[in-house]
Design a protein around this ligand. Structure first.
Ligand SMILES: NC(=O)c1ccc[n+]([C@@H]2O[C@H](COP(=O)([O-])OP(=O)(O)OC[C@H]3O[C@@H](n4cnc5c(N)ncnc54)[C@H](OP(=O)(O)O)[C@@H]3O)[C@@H](O)[C@H]2O)c1
Length: 287
């Protein structure tokens, strides 16, 4: 049993922490707002008042929050940040979808405490988080990865070491761009097919049977047809990740013209009030 601090209990973090508890790990949780932490408390977690208090004495500290700014607050806030509690031998893990630039900055603060650090963002959404079937894309030292892999396997169906520190973040941004591009393309093409007089439901059935349509895109097309936009991967987060991909590509001199164009589609969806909708909600721009 490891003493784990879990910071950030949103849609993803609450499910991941719950799986650690189900696997009989000792988990101390913290969340900015109180209710989610109280719910984990009912499942057996200890509650902490700040990230710093949660991380005190923990051997593993995992963060799962919205973005770079939230991660900075959780780890480095002058009064409450978790980094100040890290000790030599502690493993710090940033599982949020953030930028590689931020991972580099955070690594300096973590390493200054003598602790180890991995970026370990996840592919998969709420159902996969719930089922312990996330796919971890981990960057960092292989020796640290090997030590932490069994713990990540409690929350994940696959745990990949993709490269050095920060490359987990890069890989995750590429995965989300690939998914978001497919979904936006489906949305606009369903709009096109409908306006051209084709039966969209039938079109989705046929498209989904073709090898050109990924299983994830096919599943999202079903949600589009059902008008089911209940949030799993909300457009607000999709657009954040597209922005991070573009920023990160620019930093290494890579060109992402398709990602750039599609980001504008998700930005428009947010402007039109669909930011809280699941990614499938992008179809509302075209139907
Ligand atoms: N949803 C998905 O399908 C999915 C899939 C893979 C990866 N991800 C990534 O996983 C991360 C979490 O996503 P999610 O869906 O769990 O998001 P979420 O439900 O919106 O939860 C966000 C979490 O971040 C916390 N937070 C936000 N700003 C903060 C701040 N300044 N200081 C401290 N805590 C802060 C929130 O606290 P409060 O409860 O107080 O608001 C909440 O715990 C994101 O990076 C996302 O891109 C999401």
């Amino acid at each position: 049993m490891s003493h784990i601090a879990f910071l950030g209990l949103g849609a993803m973090g609450s499910r991941m922490a719950a799986n650690l508890l189900k696997a009989d790990q000792a988990v101390t949780v913290w969340n900015r707002s109180r209710e989610p932490a109280a719910r984990l408390g009912e499942l057996g977690a200890s509650l902490a008042a700040t990230p710093r208090a949660a991380a005190a004495g923990a051997r593993i500290v995992i963060s799962m929050v919205t973005d770079d700014a939230a991660s900075r607050d959780v780890w480095l806030h002058a009064d409450t940040g978790a980094a100040a509690s890290l000790e030599p031998g502690t493993i710090a893990i940033e599982a949020s979808t953030v930028t590689p630039v931020w991972i580099g900055e955070l690594a300096q603060a973590v390493h200054a405490k003598g602790a180890a650090f991995l970026d370990a963002p996840v592919a998969g959404s709420r159902p996969q988080a719930e089922a312990g079937q996330l796919i971890f894309l981990v960057g960092g030292e292989a020796a640290v990865f090997d030590r932490i892999k069994p713990l990540l396997e409690i929350m994940g169906g696959a745990v990949h070491h993709v490269g050095r520190l920060g490359q987990g973040a890069v890989f995750k941004l590429a995965v989300n761009a690939l998914f978001g591009i497919q979904v936006a393309a489906l949305g606009e093409l369903l709009g096109f097919l409908g306006r051209a007089g084709l039966d969209r439901a039938r079109a989705v059935g046929i498209l989904s049977s073709l090898p050109i349509t990924s299983p994830a895109a096919a599943g999202t097309a079903e949600l589009m047809m059902a008008g089911n936009f209940a949030p799993m991967f909300p457009i607000d987060l999709v657009e954040k990740d597209f922005g991070y991909a573009l920023e990160s590509a620019q930093a290494v001199g890579a060109s992402l013209p398709t990602t750039d164009a599609v980001r504008r589609i998700y930005a428009e969806a947010r402007l039109k009030g669909h930011g809280g909708d699941n990614i499938a909600g992008v179809v509302q721009l075209f139907t």
